[in-house]
Design a protein around this ligand. Structure first.
Ligand SMILES: [Zn+2]
Length: 390
């Protein structure tokens, strides 16, 4: 197919003709079974990339999700760390670039270790990719920690000598936590009055309604700061974190990204010190109730709180792998106006990211910088909007 029109100005006749020709072609061929966005076989695209980031039929969902999971992890890690370290060392020899800060260094060292082959001569798995996929099976099938350890034991016996698998579930979990995928579990009053944090860590009952702590629900909190730092430490994403500021993107008055909006521009005008560094992160927050048990319990309402990093270009910031899960507010009942109780850990992080700078290693410039972040707006339906505002 002639694709030269893609490089013409978007308002030109040749571009519009190209789009129309393409749409005619696509709809004509859409009648062919299995020809859709996922398989551009008539377009010469057969790579696995074409099957990522799309809804897949339920019978293949699980295997695609497994592949995607690995993709997500590799997005987080970026690339072969060995090459990267050489670059950093060369930069330093030339007197340019910073040493990664201690946390970044720890992370890179860990990844270097995790990128070892699964056993001598193994080309299909690294230690890390194997552990992550096994851990993923554990999660979707609900294995106990103990059974995960036993399967690890079995693999250690079955694999050739010199295998690099972790020795226990604890070691495997440490590896995964170090990727920044760890979470904090916080007890919450059954009636959503309070969290048992800090000065309430040893309380045995709710100070508002006296419900015993033994009946507490568990809030899952996924620390935000390391996740934002990870976006800068990965070569896959760090360069894109200033996309909204880049001069070479289309500017024709149409809104293609939140950064084209009056709200964004007003924010930048009012907070010039924040806007001065385009790496500072601008976030959106979305939340709504969902039932994780499908039909098993109709009334159950769990509330995930999701952050969207708007620094990324439109084709990345609205993709699931780049969403940041901040909180998982437990059911069975929706938190209602008490959602503010659960938002506290996130609000504290956002305050820290606004008032205090967080030293972060930027892979694209090989320099440490002081990262800040701000929350621009929330995305919800009207009932949830009322709760979030309350
Ligand atoms: Zn209470």
């Amino acid at each position: 197919m002639d694709k030269i029109w893609m490089h013409h100005p978007r308002l030109s006749d040749s571009y519009q003709e190209g789009v129309n020709f393409f749409l005619d072609f696509a709809f004509k061929n859409a009648r062919i079974k299995n020809y859709g966005y996922t398989k551009w076989v008539l377009h010469g695209e057969t790579s696995s990339h074409a099957t990522q980031n799309v809804d897949t039929p339920s019978d293949t969902h699980e295997s695609n999700y497994t592949i995607d999971m690995q993709g997500v992890i590799y997005d987080a890690i970026g690339h072969s760390i060995g090459d990267d370290e050489c670059e950093i060392e060369n930069d330093n020899l030339q007197g340019e670039g910073d040493e990664p800060n201690t946390k970044a260094k720890e992370f890179y060292n860990l990844i270097k270790d995790a990128e070892k082959e699964l056993y001598p001569g193994c080309t299909s798995f690294t230690k890390l990719s194997f552990v992550i996929q096994l851990f993923h099976i554990k999660c979707i099938c609900g294995w106990l920690d103990k059974s995960f350890g036993k399967v690890l034991d079995l693999f250690k016996k079955a694999l050739p000598k010199g295998e690099t698998l972790p020795n226990s579930f604890y070691e495997a979990k440490k590896l995964i936590n170090a990727l920044g995928l760890d979470l904090e579990k916080i007890d919450a009053c059954l009636k959503d009055c309070m969290l048992y944090r800090k000065e309430h860590a040893n309380d045995t009952e709710c100070e508002v309604c006296s419900t015993p702590r033994s009946e507490a629900k568990v809030l899952r909190h996924f620390p935000l700061i390391p996740r934002l730092q990870r976006l800068f430490m990965s070569s896959k994403t760090s360069d894109f974190m200033t996309w909204h500021y880049k001069q070479d993107r289309t500017s024709d008055g149409c809104m293609r990204h939140p950064s084209d909006s009056p709200a964004w521009m007003t924010f930048d005008h009012n907070h010039k010190d924040f806007a001065a560094d385009p790496r500072n992160v601008k976030l959106g927050l979305a939340s709504d109730g969902m039932n994780p048990f499908k039909t098993l319990s109709v009334s159950h309402s769990t509330w995930p709180v999701i952050l969207i990093p708007y620094n990324l270009p439109p084709w990345m910031c609205m993709k699931q792998p780049n969403f940041i899960m901040s909180l998982l507010i437990p059911g069975p009942d929706a938190p209602g106006n008490n959602i503010d109780v659960y938002l506290k850990p996130l609000i504290e992080e956002l305050k820290e990211l606004w008032e205090v700078v967080v030293e972060t290693f930027d892979e694209s410039s090989k320099k440490n910088f002081n990262m800040r972040a701000s929350l621009l707006w929330t995305i919800s339906d009207f009932p949830a909007y009322a709760n979030l505002s309350g």
